[in-house]
Design a protein around this ligand. Structure first.
Ligand SMILES: Nc1ccc2nc(N)nc(O)c2c1
Ligand SMILES: [Zn+2]
Length: 374
């Protein structure tokens, strides 16, 4: 298994954004890049062929969910996630910590790990750094995440300090529990909430462990966007320039642009696929809720500036009809478009970095999308 490596191609002269390329055992992709989320080994309603056609190159899956269903042993017997789901691009698995905190009740966090209830069956479960690594090694993703605690927002400084110190100890245990040399695919996750001193402490601890890549966790957990941007302003400079930086859980168009400007290389979020399943689309002129009666006889595409398969072949009226009738094909069309929209946006961000004009691009995009509207 080869190491995960990062190539810094250039930095935008107008902003702190960087154009790069990440190499994994299943190919390489340019950054900044958006990663569609496929929690249960499927990007909901999309086939691998459609993901490939839209330009997806790396997708996410989830340790916690696949541990519960179908069980990492079955995925391992299938030869790992790539063959199980017939996806030949890169895969990143999140470590389960966040999902336990966001999905399950009866959580008991101890030094050893986290006791909680299975959110489906209610049975009591226990997840530790070692268990999270054993599951991820069975799943066989190209990039795995260290097991961390993502504290709620807001959290007291005292609690956050104890949590950061435990997450750093857990990161050490993940390195020991990793079946591969640590440069083969294990990213550390920096925590620390909105506290600069704790983000510095977490970054110092984790960069001393020399991971091949670093995620910024503990954001996109309900904090205002200006808090997220402020945390990024003082956190990304703490991370090595020659390694990928991954902002977890971020995927609205404005945050993808603002995160790229602050030196982030990789993003993931359920937003585009989740809102698609209730008929909401991202377009170059802002959000469009296709179920709205005004589209009943609107035979234009979802987005007249989009050249995706959905926009080239289907109208708002038809997609509205399907969504109102709860027809699965309608949600496949909105999902395809939303993912294509974000993947295309990241291509425009990379182009703007090449041309040293990401700041200008931000103004143009925000104006047209309506982010500047009071
Ligand atoms: N907003 C998010 C989303 C996913 C996360 N996953 C992990 N492991 N840790 C975090 O802090 C996350 C935050
Ligand atoms: Zn489209």
């Amino acid at each position: 298994m080869m190491a995960i490596t990062y190539e810094l191609i250039k930095t935008c002269k107008q902003t702190g954004a960087r154009l790069g390329r990440v190499h994994t055992p299943h190919g390489s992709f340019e950054t900044p890049m958006f990663m569609p989320v496929g929690t249960l080994a499927t990007v909901k309603t999309m086939s691998p062929e459609e993901l490939e056609r839209m330009g997806a190159q790396i997708i996410l899956s989830n340790t916690y969910h696949l541990w519960l269903r179908p069980g990492e042993d079955i995925v391992e017997e299938a030869g790992g996630l790539h063959s199980f789901m017939n996806w030949n691009g890169s895969i990143l698995t999140d470590s389960g910590g966040f999902q336990v905190f966001s999905l399950s009740d009866l959580r008991q966090i101890e030094e050893e790990g986290v006791h909680f209830r299975n959110h489906i069956s209610g049975e009591k479960l226990f997840l530790s750094p070692e268990k999270a690594m054993q599951i991820q090694n069975s799943l066989g993703a190209d990039i795995m995440m260290a097991f961390d605690e993502c504290p709620p927002y807001p959290a007291e400084h005292e609690y956050m300090k104890k949590s950061v110190e435990r997450t750093s100890r857990w990161a050490e245990r993940c390195l020991e529990g990793h079946k591969r040399p640590h440069d083969q695919g294990l990213f550390g996750i920096v925590q620390g909430g909105e506290y600069e001193d704790l983000r510095r402490q977490s970054a110092r601890d984790l960069t001393s462990m020399d991971f091949p890549g670093y995620a910024i966790g503990g954001l996109s957990v309900g904090e205002p966007k200006d808090v997220m941007n402020r945390v990024l302003d003082f956190t990304t400079p703490l991370l090595p320039t020659q390694k990928p930086r991954y902002l977890m859980g971020v995927g609205s168009p404005d945050s993808l642009i603002d995160g790229s400007i602050r030196g982030i290389d990789m993003f993931d979020c359920v937003l585009p696929t989740r809102i698609a399943r209730n008929g909401t689309c991202m377009t170059s002129n802002g959000r469009l809720v296709v179920r709205n009666a005004k589209f009943a006889r609107d035979f234009r595409p979802i987005d007249e500036n989009c050249d995706c398969h959905t926009c080239r072949n289907y109208s708002r009226a038809y997609i509205r009809h399907l969504v109102k009738a709860n027809e699965t094909f309608g949600f496949r069309l909105t999902t395809y478009h939303n993912l294509y929209f974000l993947l295309k946006l990241m291509g425009q961000v990379r182009e703007a970095i090449r041309e040293d004009r990401l700041g200008d691009f931000r103004e143009e995009f925000f104006e047209q999308y309506g982010f500047n509207k009071p």
